[in-house]
Design a binder for this molecule. Structure first.
Ligand SMILES: [Zn+2]
Length: 157
């Protein structure tokens, strides 16, 4: 893929956005996975809700350094990103451009949310039953499951 100077990353639902394209975007990055995914210069159109949902589906901790993902983890993430976007589109019934403001805070009922908004009250993870957590990652509220999305190192902060 050509890297343009416009600083807008590829759209995840574009057929050219393959798993290996995602791997190329993440390689060498030390930033936290969540922050990197929210960066519109890396990937276009992923808002806060979608990133939380995608990371939970992929079983990846939001604070993992983005460049440390194994190939199989990148594949899971790639699948999860496309799945949550497709689901959001289906439920909203509108065009992809609606997702491009990068905030994605509005409309909690756009999709079947598995983690977003549920960490604040410690509701049980729909996959494992453990109370979900709320953290702040890169200044953004972040809902996740510490069991399904383990940090690689065992530092809990
Ligand atoms: Zn869980």
């Amino acid at each position: 893929m050509t890297q343009l100077d416009g600083r807008i990353g590829p759209e995840p639902l574009n057929p050219a956005f393959s798993s290996s394209a995602l791997a190329n975007l993440l390689v060498g990055r030390r930033g936290k996975l969540k922050s990197v995914l929210l960066d519109q210069a890396v990937i276009a159109g992923l808002g806060n809700i979608y990133v939380d949902e995608a990371l939970h589906r992929a079983g990846l901790h939001p604070e993992r350094p983005a460049g440390t993902l194994a190939p199989e983890e990148v594949r899971r993430l790639h699948r999860a990103i496309r799945a949550v976007l497709r689901e959001g589109l289906a439920n909203r019934g509108t065009t992809f451009s609606s997702f491009q403001n990068g905030r994605g805070e509005a409309g909690d009922n756009l999709m079947n949310l598995r983690v977003y908004g549920r960490g604040r009250t410690g509701e049980p993870c729909l996959s494992c039953g453990q109370p979900l957590r709320l953290a702040t990652v890169g200044g953004r509220s972040t809902h996740y499951c510490s069991r399904c999305q383990p940090a690689v190192r065992d530092s809990s902060s």
